[in-house]
Design a protein around this ligand. Structure first.
Ligand SMILES: [Zn+2]
Length: 303
């Protein structure tokens, strides 16, 4: 009876015992009973096993949760990395584009200013040597042009001509020297073939648009805002002069390259290529201030 009574008490205390809630004296009492009572010891063992299983299960759950968190964090980190990566790429493109734009804009402004200065110049000589190669016929042509300008008058002299210029279009001029003396104020030009006058005609080019425009491939177009974006500008030396090389593709078939002297912005070379048809290279030379009135007299020219 006494034993049984004790058993009830110990049974009530067992949970507290496992949860470590008992004071030392009560704990000792429980332990003492467990040592002598097989029945209670069995109950004790049973609860102990259950608790152990539960602890293990909790441990596993905790680990699973931890693993899940770890995986989640990993995913977040990866996502963050990808976002940062793309932001950096976009930033890179923007910065690169901006730098390219600024660089090109500065270079083109320099070129344009050089051209404007030259255009405003009242006295200059331009020499242009052209090589033209036609891919299909393999025909190669070279021609030279000397153009002098002074006080709204110009004289141009060319040898073996392949370039379209006003007044020559319907003439058989191959292997001939052509000289044109023009007056922008009178709006007329006189054409000489091998030093013989053959034609007097109105100027086809507008008065304010000097011959320079035609020969520098309408450099005016560089003033368009979008050019800095679409062109590629490199630097290289041409006969020991530092140059800007402006490269651009009009479309899939044609390519153009223009070389400008860095210091003055003056055009020194141009390459024009139509991939399936032809290649044209022009080399320019400009001299300022060497034109005299005598240059516009044909008799003087022919002597
Ligand atoms: Zn007992």
């Amino acid at each position: 009876m006494k034993n049984n009574e004790e058993c009830y008490i110990v049974e009530d205390l067992l949970l507290g015992y496992f949860q470590n809630l008992l004071n030392p004296e009560t704990k000792k009492y429980v332990e003492k009973h467990l040592n002598i009572c097989k029945n209670c010891k069995n109950k004790y063992n049973y609860i102990f096993e259950q608790k152990k299983l539960e602890d293990e299960k909790n441990a596993i759950d905790e680990e699973l949760e931890l693993n899940y968190l770890k995986k989640f964090n990993k995913k977040i980190l990866m996502l963050k990395t990808i976002i940062v990566f793309f932001i950096l790429i976009i930033l890179g493109i923007v910065v690169f584009g901006g730098v390219k734009y600024l660089y090109n804009d500065i270079a083109l402004s320099k070129i344009y200013n050089g051209y404007t200065n030259l255009k405003e110049s009242n006295n200059y000589t331009m020499i242009c040597n052209e090589t033209y190669l036609e891919y299909e016929s393999k025909e190669k042509d070279t021609s030279s042009l000397i153009y002098k300008y002074k006080d709204k008058k110009f004289v141009s002299k060319r040898i073996d001509l392949n370039i379209d210029i006003p007044g020559y279009k319907n003439m058989d001029i191959k292997n001939n020297d052509i000289t044109v003396i023009g007056d922008l104020e009178k709006n007329e030009q006189i054409i000489y073939l091998n030093n013989e006058q053959v034609k007097v005609e109105e100027l086809e080019i507008p008065l304010n648009d000097t011959y320079l425009n035609n020969n520098i491939n309408n450099i005016n177009e560089f003033n368009d805002w979008f050019y800095p974006i679409i062109v590629t500008i490199k630097t290289d030396k041409y006969y020991q002069k530092e140059c800007f090389i402006v490269q651009y593709k009009f479309n899939k078939e044609s390519y153009r390259e223009l070389w400008f002297e860095k210091e003055t912005g003056i055009l020194v070379k141009s390459i024009e290529e139509n991939y399936n048809r032809y290649y044209r290279e022009r080399v320019y030379e400009f001299v300022e201030g060497n034109v005299t009135d005598e240059d516009f007299e044909m008799n003087h020219e022919s002597e």
